[in-house]
Design a protein around this ligand. Structure first.
Ligand code: RRO
Length: 310
């Protein structure tokens, strides 16, 4: 069991927001999904106050070692989420973390208050890092603006408040530190890296939103460096993510200070990726602790302490 902001989780692997549609998966896999849910907590796709249609197509580009998305936050809006999605998500066998984003402090406050009122929701993740809508990224890239936002909404909920950080900033550790100082209970990172793809046929931007966010194996080393920098700076738990596809990737993020690890893009390729990564991680940790124990009990080489005679 892992303690994460007071939530007791069965293992350290969760999903990245927006990378696993639990309602569609339940339709596809039935109750089998509940019996073998891939994550120890479930993070919802970002919701906004008003419904959004999202960006015009095309919304995806497959890159050589990853994916660029320009989804643009399509969602039913707060009331649609509470009325239609929450009853389904509340049936999941794990803690529910609802991810919210607003385009102003007042909007974020309304979202946080509404989510706080629902006992089915265990924690709130505040998305200040979507690369595909302007306001979210602007706030999340600047320590002072983010600190002011978190300070304003912190008193509105007693649920754990996780701030999802952007990698598209000069000093992610400074932003994380501002979130912590303003009262965040945890930080999560990285969201996608701003990226672009060109239509080879006409030389124009491929994505309907012009630019998008890069995820997948290509960003894993960037994520590792940023998670390490943040974990060194903050005392609150860190949720690390970015290109995780195997247990060894999760192990690396934990080695640099992550408490939890989220699987994202890999879920699109393998809907059971969460379970697989958790099992692989567990085997690696068991093997690691066995070899550490062996080292401890190994006879130490004899050292001649009498250095002074020569
Ligand atoms: O919906 C999106 O376009 C999106 C979001 Br909200 C996000 O946080 N990160 C991302 O890569 N895409």
């Amino acid at each position: 069991m892992i303690d994460f902001c007071g939530l007791r989780l069965a293992h350290p692997i969760i999903n990245g927001s927006g990378t696993f549609d639990a309602i569609a998966a339940r339709r596809a896999f039935g109750d089998e999904l509940l019996a073998r849910f891939p994550f120890s907590a479930f993070v919802s796709k970002t919701i906004t106050l008003a419904p959004r249609e999202g960006n015009p197509p095309p919304r995806l580009w497959e890159a050589q070692a990853g994916m660029i998305n320009s989804i643009g936050l399509p969602n039913r809006g707060l009331h649609g989420y509470l009325e239609h999605d929450l009853p389904h998500l509340a049936q999941l066998p794990v803690a529910l973390i609802t991810n919210v984003m607003g385009s102003s402090e007042a909007e974020v406050a309304q979202l946080v208050e509404a989510v706080d009122a629902r006992p089915e929701i265990a924690a709130i993740e505040l998305n200040v890092s979507c690369p595909n809508v302007k306001t979210g990224l602007d706030i999340g890239a600047d320590p002072a603006s983010l600190g002011a936002l978190v300070r304003a909404v912190r008193p509105l909920t007693r649920k754990p408040l996780i701030v999802k950080l952007t990698p598209n900033t000069a000093d992610v550790a400074a932003v994380a530190s501002a979130a912590e100082a303003a009262g965040a209970d945890a930080v999560s990172l990285i969201n996608t890296l701003r990226a672009m793809a060109i239509n080879p046929l006409d030389g124009t931007p491929w994505l309907g939103g012009r630019t998008g966010g890069m995820s997948g194996p290509a960003i894993r080393s960037v994520a590792l460096a940023q998670v390490a920098a943040v974990a060194l700076r903050v005392g609150v738990p860190v949720v690390g993510m970015g290109g995780v596809a195997h247990g060894t990737h999760a192990k690396d993020l934990i080695a640099v200070g992550a408490t939890l690890v989220a699987v994202g893009t890999e879920n699109f390729r393998d809907p059971c990726a969460g379970t697989r990564v958790a099992e692989e991680l567990k085997s690696l940790q068991i093997a690691g602790s066995a070899s550490t124990n062996m080292n401890v009990s190994e006879p130490q080489p004899e050292v001649d302490a009498d250095y002074g005679d020569s």
